[in-house]
Design a protein around this ligand. Structure first.
Ligand SMILES: Nc1ncnc2c1ncn2[C@@H]1O[C@H](COP(=O)(O)OP(=O)(O)OP(=O)(O)O)[C@@H](O)[C@H]1O
Length: 335
């Protein structure tokens, strides 16, 4: 039905990925853009821009144009997409043709948010834009048989939001979204360190702390980590040692909100599918799924088997790309 010029994009709050049927994931970069405030020109996108976070002179600002899964800064998102589509097209050898793009939107997004995503992708150089709901893409990317009449339950724990969905027969039968993702855990860590130690740490340091010593489960072997920040009393650099126990306490409230969304979705399950859920379990996708002890904690609290997807960070983009084959059933044509 299509030429080969077609790609799936996961336009995420934290990362943007591009998948092509022939080459798999061809782009995987942070959703970050650096802009010169004098010329208003984009000077770096993705990894290069992320390197600049917290270190730029006054005339350069580093922006994350998506918040909580949706576009917060339309023009910058379009510029970022333009750069990403051009880079992917070059890598895939179809620079002279505009690609058809399947892109995800969070299930809980408004029609205005969806429209903004469609328009941004089209303005950034796509020919046709197809919209797919993020948890459906995550489930396809995780290899779940979403078009069968069985309960496929997916928890997509991303950077800006977490979506929990039950998918059967190609459609979403129950879904809850919370605007809590990995970024909120980073914020909680920043606040905790500021309050307890009077030290200010940056976003990137907080993310490293979460990845290295963040645990979803209270019971674990204690890990320690030395970090540097700015002493808020005297303004000087200061080194402190953090424990994984205190980091667990700092992030547990946010995790409980995710748990609420999981419980609410399971409660909304049609009775016929409830048995399936116990038998087939739940798949965890998204970068947050990599938090230490996440599977163990969720399995304990909801008493349903939980498994981590093979490449949790890549599921949404892979699923978006593969969804092009389900064209009529799953995707909304946006133009
Ligand atoms: N090993 C890890 N441990 C804990 N968190 C991690 C790990 N690796 C990545 N993350 C977190 O995963 C999040 C990014 O996940 P992902 O790329 O799935 O989100 P996204 O698709 O950009 O966001 P959204 O779906 O909310 O728009 C970030 O908050 C990142 O810090």
């Amino acid at each position: 039905m299509f030429s080969n010029a077609e790609i799936g994009i996961d336009l995420g709050t934290a990362n943007t990925l591009v998948y092509s049927k022939n080459k798999g994931i061809v782009i995987n970069e942070p959703s970050v853009v650096a802009i010169d405030t004098v010329t208003k020109k984009v000077i770096a996108v993705g990894n290069e821009a992320k390197e600049m976070v917290g270190k730029t002179p006054e005339n350069i600002i580093v922006i994350r144009p998506l918040k909580e899964g949706v576009i917060a800064d339309y023009d910058t998102t379009t510029e970022m997409l333009r750069h990403i589509i051009a880079k992917a097209s070059k890598a895939l050898g179809f620079s002279l043709r505009k690609p058809n793009v399947a892109v995800c939107t969070p299930s809980g997004s408004t029609s205005v948010d969806r429209r903004a995503i469609q328009d941004a992708v089209r303005n950034a150089g796509a020919k046709k834009v197809y919209i797919i709901e993020e948890p459906v893409a995550a489930a396809i990317g995780a290899g779940m048989p979403i078009d069968e009449p069985v309960a496929n339950v997916v928890i997509d724990f991303g950077g800006g939001s977490t979506e929990v969905a039950i998918i059967s027969f190609g459609g979403v039968v129950a879904c809850h979204t919370v605007k809590i993702g990995g970024d909120h855990l980073d914020d909680d860590i920043i606040q905790f360190v500021r309050k307890k130690y009077n030290v200010l740490i940056g976003e990137r340091t907080a993310e490293r702390i979460k990845m290295e010593i963040g645990y979803a489960v209270a019971e674990h072997e204690e890990l320690k980590m030395e970090v540097r920040g700015r002493d808020l009393v005297n303004g000087l650099p200061k080194t402190i040692t953090l424990s994984s126990f205190e980091i667990h306490n700092a992030i547990k409230e946010a995790l409980l909100q995710i748990l609420e969304a999981v419980r609410a979705t399971l409660e909304d399950s049609p009775a016929e599918l409830s048995g399936d859920i116990v038998d087939r379990g739940v798949i965890l996708t998204g970068g947050g799924a990599l938090l230490k002890g996440m599977e163990e904690w969720l399995t304990n609290v909801i008493a349903v088997p939980i498994a981590l997807a093979e490449n949790p960070l890549e599921c949404v983009a892979t699923g978006a790309g593969k969804s092009l084959q389900y064209l009529n059933k799953l995707l909304t044509v946006a133009n």
